[in-house]
Write a protein that binds this ligand. Structure first.
Ligand SMILES: [Zn+2]
Length: 114
């Protein structure tokens, strides 16, 4: 099923190309023998595209899904670290501080002995 779609597009384009090539290289008195090919090729290309599109859409969706999941995980971790996980409170004034802070940004108290 994965190969049929692109295969039909290739066959259709080849048939279409061949019939156009034959049409362009004809002499005026000649009847085109393979002109029907372009009419046959159109629906083949069309069906080929219909068969190929869901596979392409799934592929795009799959690639983006991983990207979206990765991004939301990073954002989620950032939120957790920023607002919940890596916070501490000043024992002097109660102002919330980053876990790595050495001095309180509000009152200047030292966090050395914590
Ligand atoms: Zn403080």
């Amino acid at each position: 099923m994965k190969i049929i779609g692109p295969f039909m597009i290739i066959i259709g384009l080849a048939g279409l190309g061949f019939s156009i090539f034959e049409f362009l290289t004809l002499d005026f008195h000649e009847e085109p023998k393979y002109f029907w090919m372009s009419f046959a090729a159109m629906p083949i290309i069309f069906v080929g595209f219909i068969l190929t599109m869901p596979a392409i859409q799934r592929k795009i969706l799959r690639e983006n899904e991983g990207l979206i999941k990765g991004q939301s995980r990073i954002i989620g971790e950032g939120f957790k670290e920023g607002f919940v996980g890596k916070q501490k409170y000043c024992t002097n004034c109660g102002h919330s501080q980053n876990i790595n802070a050495k001095f309180c940004s509000e009152c200047g108290a030292s966090f050395k002995n914590e």
